[in-house]
Design a protein around this ligand. Structure first.
Ligand code: NAP
Length: 386
């Protein structure tokens, strides 16, 4: 703080502040903040600075705030610079944001090509005072990654965002781990490097403002971050983390499961692909690039995933039972009508072959009972017959 002897006649002439509004009624001294310390010449009067004993008028936080308010650009630190982190960084850079990154592996070269500053040491990154810290680490590693960050090196109220494909888990983790004055925004861009490679227009972006300080600056910072996705044309969907997880288990987890099942099944493109088959091929393509960690995280960290997996399994069994049952009834009917109810037709052999599991197994003729009565299937295939 700046102190000097009082001057009651001091006015706002020449653009100086009105010191009467700053004067202390109990003393003859007046306080004024000036930087750098200086002597003010006011015509016949002059003011001599005698002491500076408090915060400077344009302190660091104030300067940052001013800069921030003028610009739409954010300084965003991406933690976890793998597949998805790099994918997001491209759009952030394209929109003019300053992007910093830190990851377990060294991505210096990739980062340089993308226009991102890479920091091997999280302390160095935090000392850059990003406005937003964006967690893009795998679901499984997020807890240890978050706990390894030196929060004390960040700004007093940094905005923490995550993009994990499950939402209740990071929400609770953030609330438990982050200092109370940090803001929290949980998000899930419902697309990836494959499905979003041609742009994000129309793709859903789910978010939950878990804790955003009731202050103009903090609310504006959150809006600026969300605006990145809105500007790309995403369909912005605000919902709670719990709602997200309920819906996502039935949609996203099942999508990933079917993609993996079909990949393992070995779909191949042919010259006569139908539209439906193309859809299946696309599904495999969309999910094949995702890590197993991601899929496993969807299962373990979403309380609803197990129930959905069981429902899928039951639905598959029920479809199998339906078609096998239908065929079983058809062949029984043929068998008893064609042969007067007792004979063994050639068709029966084929029918049994299919009923015993659908494999290309030719039943030897000696497996048929001598009297032609229908034989029980082998015990290990009983489950598959209706
Ligand atoms: P991922 O396998 O889920 O995560 C890879 C990232 O996690 C990499 O940055 C990796 O760091 C880091 N990581 C993994 N294990 C680690 C450990 N033990 N310690 C420290 N870091 C570790 O693949 P992803 O596709 O990049 O997904 C990242 C996040 O985005 C996930 O939370 C995912 O749910 C979410 N997400 C992904 C998609 C998508 O389509 N891919 C869409 C929406 C949201 P290094 O590379 O340095 O080893």
């Amino acid at each position: 703080m700046l102190s000097f002897s009082s001057s009651k006649s001091f006015t706002t002439a020449k653009g100086f502040p009105n010191l009467h509004s700053l004067s202390n009624p109990f003393s003859d001294s007046i306080s004024l903040r000036l930087n750098p310390p200086t002597i003010l010449n006011l015509g016949s009067k002059s003011l001599q600075i005698t002491a500076i004993d408090a915060a400077q008028p344009y302190d660091y936080e104030t300067q940052l705030r001013t800069q921030f308010n003028k610009s739409n650009n954010l300084k965003i630190a991406i933690i976890g610079f793998g597949n998805f982190g790099q994918f997001l960084a491209k759009t952030f850079v394209k929109q003019g944001h300053t992007v910093l990154a830190h990851s377990r592996s060294n991505y210096v070269d990739i980062a340089r090509k993308l226009g991102v500053s890479f920091f091997q040491d999280p302390h160095d990154l935090c000392e850059e005072h990003p406005e937003v810290v964006l967690l893009c680490s795998s679901i499984l590693s997020t807890k240890s990654v978050l706990k390894s960050l030196p929060f004390q090196r960040l700004r007093r109220n940094t905005l923490f965002v995550d993009v994990l494909s499950v939402k209740e888990f990071p929400r609770n983790l953030f609330l438990e781990t982050l200092p109370a004055e940090f803001d929290i925004l949980c998000t899930h861009p419902m697309f990836g490097p494959e499905s979003g490679k041609k742009g994000w227009a129309g793709l859903p972006f789910v978010y939950d403002k878990v804790r955003i300080g009731n202050d103009e600056f903090r609310m504006a910072r959150c809006s600026k971050f969300l605006d990145i996705f809105a500007r790309e044309g995403c369909r912005m969907v605000e919902m709670t983390c719990a709602e997200h997880d309920k819906y996502a288990a039935g949609s996203q987890f099942i999508t990933h499961t079917m993609g993996r099942v079909l990949e393992r099944f070995g779909l191949e493109s042919t010259e006569i692909n139908t539209k439906g088959y193309e859809t299946l091929l696309n599904l495999v393509e969309n999910t094949a690039g995702d890590s197993f960690d991601l899929y496993y995280g969807l299962f373990v960290y979403n309380n609803n995933a197990m129930e959905q997996l069981e429902r899928l399994d039951m639905a598959f069994e029920s479809i199998k039972k339906e078609i096998f049952g239908y065929m079983h009834r058809l062949y029984r009917k043929q068998l008893f009508e064609d042969e007067g109810g007792l004979g063994v037709s050639k068709d029966k052999k084929v029918g049994q072959k299919l009923l015993y599991g659908g494999s290309a197994l030719e039943l030897p003729s000696d497996t048929l009972p001598p009297n032609g009565a229908a034989r029980e299937p082998p015990s290990e295939t009983v489950k598959q017959t209706p």
